[in-house]
Ligand binder design. Structure first.
Ligand SMILES: Cc1cc2nc3c(=O)[nH]c(=O)nc-3n(C[C@H](O)[C@H](O)[C@H](O)COP(=O)(O)O)c2cc1C
Length: 297
């Protein structure tokens, strides 16, 4: 089986999880410089010039490899992927959509792709469709989910590792060396980290978002409907009060189209602060290098 570190050309098999449209060259470069795999979040990108600018900014800050996440449903992918390949990006992650559509193009461009998914069934079909690896995101992860019942990382990762012959990367619930080692013990070759890198010194997230993660306690996140999907978010006492109000129609309230605006401005009335269950294990904001050094020690 392919070795994930060889594919990523990194010191450690630690991948930055994309967070909506939040891109910070400083954070991406800090992760790559610390031995992980920094990632551009291009899922919602609609501006090729902006992508070129971001790539140049990251390259000014690191000479280490980094990658990019694309959403398969983005109509601009046929322009984005050649640009990434020309820029020297060798591995991308793909989410939201059927991989069969995009993997032939990605391979023609000489790139590898890791497909993000939430179930064994989708892992088996992603391998058949040409995915070079699977990012298995357990139900405790931050970010968007389906509306169905889903397995947690502890259950999903070994099931997928037993079902495919390509590298598996565990996502969801990993913030420190215990989670990292557990993921490897479950059969993953690496990890994808979202919430812990959202709450680090170099993260571009507003302080209010970082504070909500640090203050989150056991049971402090929940899945909320956002349009036709579910999203794991932090439930503050104020949000809990709103949710419990008889006038509050949750199905109409939170819109995916408002997520970027809400998260850039920390206006969590618009869309709540997305974060994983692992927030309850995060007690401080510290530099990426300290997080990764502790994780792999
Ligand atoms: C607020 C938020 C937004 C996210 N947005 C995306 C996204 O746009 N695309 C994607 O593939 N994953 C997205 N994710 C998932 C992360 O990339 C990562 O897989 C996940 O956070 C891992 O679980 P953890 O939060 O427990 O570390 C998001 C996660 C969070 C917390």
């Amino acid at each position: 089986m392919t070795n994930l570190n060889e594919m990523l050309q990194t010191k450690y098999p630690i991948i930055q999880g994309p967070i909506g449209a939040m891109n910070s060259p400083e954070l991406i470069a800090a992760i790559s410089n610390a031995g992980g795999f920094g990632m551009l979040a291009l899922g919602f990108s609609s501006n090729i010039e902006e992508i070129k600018r971001l790539i140049l900014e990251v390259k000014k800050l690191t000479d280490k490899p980094f990658g990019a996440n694309i959403m398969i449903i983005n109509p601009l992918n046929e322009q984005i992927l050649p640009l990434l390949a020309e820029s020297g990006i060798k591995t991308v992650t793909t989410s939201v959509g059927f991989p069969g559509k995009i993997y032939p193009l990605l391979h023609d461009l000489g790139m590898k792709g890791l497909h993000v998914l939430l179930s064994v069934k989708h892992a088996v079909s992603a391998e058949k469709a040409g995915a070079d690896g699977i990012i298995a995101a357990g139900a405790e992860a931050g970010g968007l989910r389906s509306t169905g019942s889903e397995s947690s990382t502890m259950v999903l990762v070994p099931m997928i590792a037993d079902s495919v012959n390509i590298p598996v990367i565990a996502a969801g619930g990993i913030a420190d060396s215990r989670g990292y080692r557990a993921a490897l013990a479950l059969g993953a070759q690496g990890v994808q980290i979202g919430t812990r890198f959202l709450a680090c010194t170099e993260s571009p997230a507003q302080q209010r978002w970082k504070d909500q993660i640090v203050n989150c306690e056991d049971g402090g996140t929940d899945l909320l409907p956002v349009d036709y999907l579910m999203m794991r978010a932090i439930i503050t006492p104020e949000l809990r009060e709103r949710l419990n109000s008889p006038d509050f129609d949750i199905k109409k309230e939170f819109k995916l189209a408002n997520a970027s605006k809400a998260w850039e401005s920390a206006d969590f009335d618009l869309v709540p602060a997305g974060a994983g269950q692992v927030s309850a294990l995060i007690h401080d904001i510290k530099p990426v290098k300290d997080i990764i050094d502790e994780m792999v020690r």
